[in-house]
Write a protein that binds this ligand. Sequence first.
Ligand SMILES: NC(=O)c1ccc[n+]([C@@H]2O[C@H](COP(=O)([O-])OP(=O)(O)OC[C@H]3O[C@@H](n4cnc5c(N)ncnc54)[C@H](OP(=O)(O)O)[C@@H]3O)[C@@H](O)[C@H]2O)c1
Length: 248
Amino acid sequence: MTKTMIVGVGPGFGLALAKKFGQRGDTVILVARNEAKLKAYQAALTGQGLEVSYFVVDVNEHKQVETLFASETDVDKVIYNVGITAPDDPIHTAPQAVDARLHTNVTSCVDVCQQYLATEHPRTILITGGGAAWHPSMYTTTLAMSKAALRSYALALHDSVATSGVYVGLMTIQGISGLGPEMSPEKVASAYLKAVEARNQAEIFYPGGKLSEVSEFDQLKELAKNPAKRAALLQAHPEFAKYQHLLS
Ligand SMILES: NC(=O)c1ccc[n+]([C@@H]2O[C@H](COP(=O)([O-])OP(=O)(O)OC[C@H]3O[C@@H](n4cnc5c(N)ncnc54)[C@H](OP(=O)(O)O)[C@@H]3O)[C@@H](O)[C@H]2O)c1
């Protein structure tokens, strides 16, 4: 049976990806740090008849990633979905905090990809990027830096493994989860499914199929001008509450 490993599973895209690939008939391996949450996701998905296991791994810990791929040697697809997305600015984020985020968003992806490629039959890697890679911003500075670096890595990796039959795709998500009809996690997950079936694009722009001229943050600002939509946004994403002043 085909095995898909999702590295970075939370209630957003990670869980939707698990469900989507599980429904396709894949055995799904969930990877994240919080065991209680992983257990709950596993229970919910197996309750729907899907075949799911999980590993508690902090991707920033090389040894833990090593242990993961020592026990899972026959994975067909790996999706690197970890990403710290909180807004910040270029003046007040300490260099150590920038380093930590670049490590999680980029360096740990390099580690996961390299260790996966060293297993028995690596076949497909999908990497979750973001439109932020294309839109440097004084409000999402470190996110944009990290997604730009991640993009560069993903495209280089795509070229370097193409002749060995391994497909690497970068999913450049150009919107905010749950905002707008195309941005439901379920629809976003469908785009990953299409990508692994087509295996023909180094970078997939979702939604729209091409680079959006508007950054995710500008989409948020536009939406927040409408008080009702702003309230709905804060209800759906309570984590944005502390950044409200940036949306004015
Ligand atoms: N949300 C959006 O609107 C949006 C828009 C564009 C792009 N994206 C990208 O989409 C991806 C997923 O975002 P999401 O918000 O939907 O997340 P999600 O799938 O809901 O959750 C991702 C999970 O990654 C896990 N994680 C974080 N650090 C980790 C680490 N060091 N080691 C292992 N696991 C770790 C966290 O679970 P634990 O705490 O249990 O480890 C987190 O719940 C990210 O790459 C993000 O940049 C998101």
